[in-house]
Structure formats: C-alpha cells, structure tokens
Design a protein around this ligand. Structure first.
Ligand code: NGQ
Ligand code: ZN
Length: 463
C-alpha cells in the first residue's frame, strides 16, 4: 500500500456534505487529512464526482450467493423462511472449499462494484460434507480470507458457534452437521485464525448463531473465552428474525429473545443484533440503550418474509444500525437503503421517514447512519471520511445520465432512489487503494468465470 491524496469538489463527511475537500492518507490507508474549503495542490488527483464513504456490509453468508434466485418457486403449500432454510441446507451440504472460495470471490468483487468496501462474514459452514472437521479445521474460513484478499475487500471474520437445533438444547439436525462445534473447539479455531486475520488486516470476532443454536452455558463460556483473547472483538447474533422464534423463546424461557439476551449477556457496543425484527416497545428501548448495532438486511428480510423493523422506534432512542446483504439475493448498498426506507413508508404511510431535522436529505441520512453502524459492527476504523478512519471511499459517476447536472446531495438521492438497476458508481477505494475504476473491478471477468463454474458444479451435483 502507499500513501495518497484526493481532492473532491463535494464529499460526504460524517457531519454532512462539504465542498472543496482535500483528503490524504498514509501508507497504511488511514486518513491523515480531511480538509473542507481547501485548494488542490498542483497535480493532486481529483475525484470525478461526489465522494462518499464506502459502505461496510455488516452481514454476509457468502455461500448463499451461489443459490441466489434459485428458491423462488413453490416448494411447500405455504412457503416460509423455514422451507427456504431446508433448501439452503441442501445447498450448504454440497459445498466444497474450492467452490466456497470461488463463490465468495465472485461475491466480493460484486460487492466492491456495488458500494460495499468491507464485509462481515458470518461464517458457519465449518466441516466437510460428512460433518467431520477438515484436516485443517480452519479450511473453509481460510477460503473466505483468501477470497477477500484477492478481491481487495476489507473483512471482519465471524466464525459461528452452532450447537443445537432449537431452544432448550434440542439436538442438532442431520442437515446441520457441517455447522456444529463445541465451545472449546470454537475458541481454538479463533486462536488458529488470528495470525491469518492479522496478516491481512481482517478483524476477528465471534457469532453465536442465535439463541436457537447456542444454549446459555455455551453462550456464557464462548463470550468469556473470546474476551480472554480480545476484549473488544465484535460479537454478532441472529436474534429475532421470525415470529416462530419469538414464540419458541417465550415457551422455553418466558421471555422474548431480545429481552432474554439483554438479561443474560453483556450486550454493549461490541454487539450486532442481526434481524432484531421482532421486538416489543421495551426491547426497542432497552436494546438501543446498550449501544449495540441493529443489523438490518432489508432485501433478505423481505425475500424471506421476516417482517419489518421499526426504524424510527429504534433511532428515537439513539439506536445505531447498519445494513447487510445476508443471503445476497441482492448485492447493492443503495438498494438495501431503498428497501429499508420503503418498508418504513409502506408501514407508516409517510415519506422520508429516515430524514431528520438535522439531515433532511433522506438518502444522505440513510447513508451516513448505515456507514456509522456498519463500521461499529465491523470492529474496524471504517467510520467515514474523517482523520483516523480508513480511506474507504466511493466516487459517484457525475456524468451518468441518472446523475448528470444534479447537486451532490441530489446525486446520492438519485443513486439510492432513482437509479433502478443501473449503478452510477465510478470508483471504489479500500484503504486508499483504488479497487474499482469506471465501475469495474479489474478481476471481474476472472471472478465471474470462477463463480459460474462453481455454481454449475453445485447445481449438477444437487438433489
Ligand atoms: C443463516 N439466515 O444462518 O443463514 C440464516 C438462516 C437460521 C438468515 N437468518 C438459518 N437470514 O436462521 O436458522
Ligand atoms: Zn444471517
């Protein structure tokens, strides 16, 4: 990596839009200067359009990209999240390490072209197809690390603890055999992965899959073990995605999942509550007050029929949130924000729900909040265009017909709300390094070939 600089006529800083911004970063890709109202130094590179902070993608199951679009048919009389999950398990059971790497590589290249400059990988397919550990227990995690490295995307790796098939210690199902590990083996896996993560600047955290999959003692022991290794590591959990999950948790404990978690775990700003979809008023208030990030995956939550998160109820108490592409039926940061805002509009019969008095431009408000929450959930310095943060940046294509002639905030607004399936993004930088130019990743063709080949193999081998 090498130090660099950029001048932007318009840049979206954490406090809002600024003009004539001079940015500089050091050899590690960390911003050392962000000066509005500056004059460009002679020969300084200029951004071709408005500069945005790159979006951290806070929730990904990379392998699911290989089955995107392939579950949109009637499999049961009344399809649901649970019938989708059966199809997904069948797919997960066939995956080889090489196929995972190819799918993840293709996905991460897509992400970089789609506005995501970092990803949190919630990684739970650990073992071989028989459910036995690979000779190298970290085999599949290493495939993800390599894929991220080759694509040039930032990574937070979250190995997933998975032990039971339901509340109350229900034994795992046969179809879950690749996910299961003891708490001790998880803590060893984290130790094994730490040097590889450090070598490529990836952050290592932990993801107890859900309260359905991790019994209370295991949750407690895993958190204690993690804290002994890294007391500030990010912790992600699927928490209340489906109403059945809420009902089952009530039947087991007398409490709803978010309330149970808040009473039994040290939830704080390290935590990301993924799919905190079903909360009562008390849970919204209490969970927001912990400083945890709500991990919202609007297109996946729509695709799977989860339900709607109540954004204003969360933000009124200062709740942090970010977005993830989760199952990757859609891979586009702007589209997640559009879906999030539209869900709120549909349920409230209002417009511009995420806008505030301080930030009336709704796309700007959405983008900044999602960057802040995504950075926090990533456990990395990705918090936007400010000194000390990593130089993860996007340049809007000001010449694109959807944007041409507009003011900078309108360009972002058009990008989120009016671009349809076009994508007016010109460049992406990760840690100051240009990874996308003219909307294209240099390894796009190679990545797409590998992805298509892996998917073809998986479908040919499929039941
Ligand atoms: C997952 N995905 O781990 O891939 C889950 C489904 C489950 C989402 N929740 C499996 N979107 O929750 O049991
Ligand atoms: Zn998930």
């Amino acid at each position: 990596m090498s130090a660099g600089s950029l001048f932007a006529d318009h840049a979206l800083l954490p406090g809002g839009w600024a003009r004539d911004v001079r940015l500089a970063w050091d050899a590690a890709g960390r911003l050392t200067a962000v000066q509005p109202g500056a004059t460009p130094e002679p020969g300084m590179p200029r951004a071709e359009g408005p500069l945005l902070p790159g979006m951290p993608n806070l929730h990904s199951h990379a392998f699911q990209r290989g089955m995107a679009g392939l579950t949109e048919y009637r499999a049961e009389a009344q399809d649901s999240f649970w019938s989708w999950r059966s199809l997904m398990y069948r797919f997960a059971l066939r995956l080889s390490p090489a196929q995972l790497e190819a799918i993840a590589f293709g996905l991460y290249v897509d992400m970089l072209e789609a506005g995501y400059t970092a990803v949190c990988e919630f990684h739970y397919v650990h073992h071989d197809t028989d459910g036995h550990p690979y000779a190298d227990d970290a085999e599949l995690a290493r495939a993800l690390l390599r894929a991220a490295q080759r694509a040039g995307i930032g990574l937070t790796l979250l190995p997933v603890l998975y032990q039971t098939s339901g509340f109350g210690g229900a034994a795992p199902a046969e179809g879950q055999r690749r996910f299961i590990r003891s708490t001790a083996s998880m803590l060893r896996l984290l130790e094994t992965l730490r040097p590889a993560c450090e070598a490529q600047g990836a952050r290592l955290g932990l993801a107890p899959h859900s309260l359905r999959a991790v019994p209370p003692e295991a949750l407690r022991d895993a958190l204690a073990g993690l804290a002994a290794q890294d007391a500030t590591a990010p912790i992600h959990i699927h928490i209340a995605e489906q109403t059945k999950e809420v009902d089952d948790c009530l039947a087991w404990s007398g409490q709803r999942p978010v309330a149970w978690l808040l009473d039994h775990a040290p939830v704080d700003a390290r935590w990301c509550l993924v799919h905190a979809t079903h909360m009562d008023a008390d849970e919204y208030r209490r969970a927001a007050a912990t400083g945890a990030v709500a991990g919202l995956c609007p297109t996946t939550e729509a695709n799977l029929g989860d339900g709607l998160f109540d954004l204003p109820r969360w933000t009124v108490d200062g709740g942090a949130w970010g977005v993830g592409s989760d199952s990757h039926a859609c891979v586009d940061a702007a589209e997640e924000l559009l879906m999030l805002e539209y869900g709120q509009r549909l349920s409230r019969r209002q417009r511009n729900v995420a806008a505030t008095a301080a930030q009336p431009e709704v796309a700007t408000a959405l983008w900044l909040s999602a960057v802040g929450g995504g950075a926090q959930a990533s456990g990395r310095a990705l918090g936007g265009l400010a000194v000390g943060q990593q130089a993860d940046m996007l340049v809007l294509d000001a010449a694109h017909p959807v944007l041409a002639g507009l003011e900078a905030p309108q360009m972002l607004s058009a990008h989120v709300f009016a671009a349809g399936r076009q994508r007016p993004l010109a460049q992406a930088y990760v840690a100051g390094r240009k990874t996308v130019d003219a909307g294209r990743h240099p390894l796009r063709a190679e990545a797409q070939r590998a992805f298509v080949q892996a998917r073809r193999e998986l479908l040919a081998g499929g039941a």
